[in-house]
Write a protein that binds this ligand. Structure first.
Ligand code: AHG
Length: 336
């Protein structure tokens, strides 16, 4: 069995992709995820369920576990000397490294607990993270330092807290999955080079929003729903966990397409999911696994970010389905 540490050392030897500072960063994030996994796993016994009674920067009600997970990640990453700053879904501004500690060369962005509406009903949730290089320009990184396109990510990953806790990671050389061995307290490599099949017969979308969608979005899903008798000539299955981490993890395991489109409800904000710490890391992972990720119009990783908490539509997974859904939107735009 290969531990996460051994894997990272070997990645550095093979590809030169994980220097000691980046390795420390990934190990620290993994250690924080172990602590979050323990908190999530205790559930009602740990007194961690329910609302924190506060709102985050997005105006969303925070769950106790959102706040706890954010604090675990901040604390874990404060002292190692590997970060210049970090940013989180739960905080309006970038979080500086305390003056007591040295600063490093990386920026870390995270969604500490994605899918938090699932916490209280004992369904999988997850942590998503993205790593960028800090610029040398500012001693104290500013928002502008974080606003790099997803193509600049040096690493990305997520941890899914499901029946088992799994860490899925890319440093730009494939996507690899580690399962937490609860007795050892270590993440062990359990799958190398995850590959998303190009074709699929499974889609993930919140269908209750259909009436708010754009015409090409309705066209695409209606054709899937028409099944064997429709223009696609085959039956499609549907799954929707409402935890992006869990839905993406299923797609990495057996294929599929995940869509959170822009609709009449979210048009003003540009979509529902956040670019910097949800869409970009997931797009990096999915592309590294041979899939595709677009906004329905353009490649997610090439979107030029304007705001730290920017939102985008997300289409990702099996590349032939992502291409079809994207083409329908592009064709509709060209015709209008
Ligand atoms: P949050 O973590 O703020 O609860 O958001 C979850 C995200 C994503 O994980 C999931 O795919 C989507 O929102 C679910 O949205 P709906 O509730 O609209 O289906």
């Amino acid at each position: 069995m290969i531990s996460l540490t051994q894997f990272l050392i070997e990645e550095q030897r093979t590809h030169g992709a994980v220097n000691a500072e980046l390795r420390l960063l990934i190990e620290v994030v993994a250690r924080a995820c172990k602590r979050i996994s323990i908190a999530v796993g205790k559930g009602a016994l740990g007194g961690v369920l329910g609302s924190a009674g506060t709102e985050n920067v997005q105006g969303e009600a925070q769950k106790k576990l959102d706040v706890i997970s954010n604090e675990i990640l901040l604390e874990a990453n404060a002292w190692g000397g590997h970060l210049a700053a970090c940013a989180s879904e739960e905080m309006e501004d970038p979080h500086p490294i305390p003056d007591a500690y040295p600063k490093g060369n990386y920026l870390l962005l995270f969604d500490p607990l994605d899918g938090s509406s699932n916490i209280d009903v004992n369904i999988s949730v997850g942590t998503i993270f993205s790593v960028l290089r800090a610029s040398d320009e500012h001693a104290e990184p500013e928002v502008a330092d974080f606003l790099q396109p997803g193509t600049q990510q040096v690493a990305a990953g997520y941890c899914v807290y499901g029946p088992s806790t799994m860490l899925v990671l890319t440093t730009g050389h494939g996507v690899h999955a580690f399962t937490l061995d609860r007795e050892l307290g270590s993440f062990m490599l359990t799958a190398r080079n995850l590959a998303i099949p190009s074709d699929t017969a499974e889609f993930a979308i919140n269908l209750s929003n259909r009436r708010h969608w754009e015409a090409p979005m309705r066209r695409y899903i209606d054709e899937l729903l028409a099944g064997r008798e429709g223009p696609r000539g085959k039956d499609f299955n549907m799954r929707w966990v409402a935890s992006m981490v869990a839905d993406v993890h299923r797609i990495l395991t057996r294929g599929g397409i995940f869509i959170y489109p822009v609709d009449a409800k979210t048009r003003k904000q540009g979509g529902k999911l956040r670019l910097m710490y949800e869409a970009n890391p997931m797009a990096f992972i999915v592309e590294q696994a041979g899939g595709a990720a677009t906004t329905g119009r353009a490649r997610i990783l090439e979107v030029a970010p304007e705001k730290l908490h920017q939102r985008v539509p997300v289409f990702l997974g099996s590349k032939n389905e992502v291409a079809t859904a994207t083409r329908y939107h592009q064709d509709a735009d060209a015709a209008s």
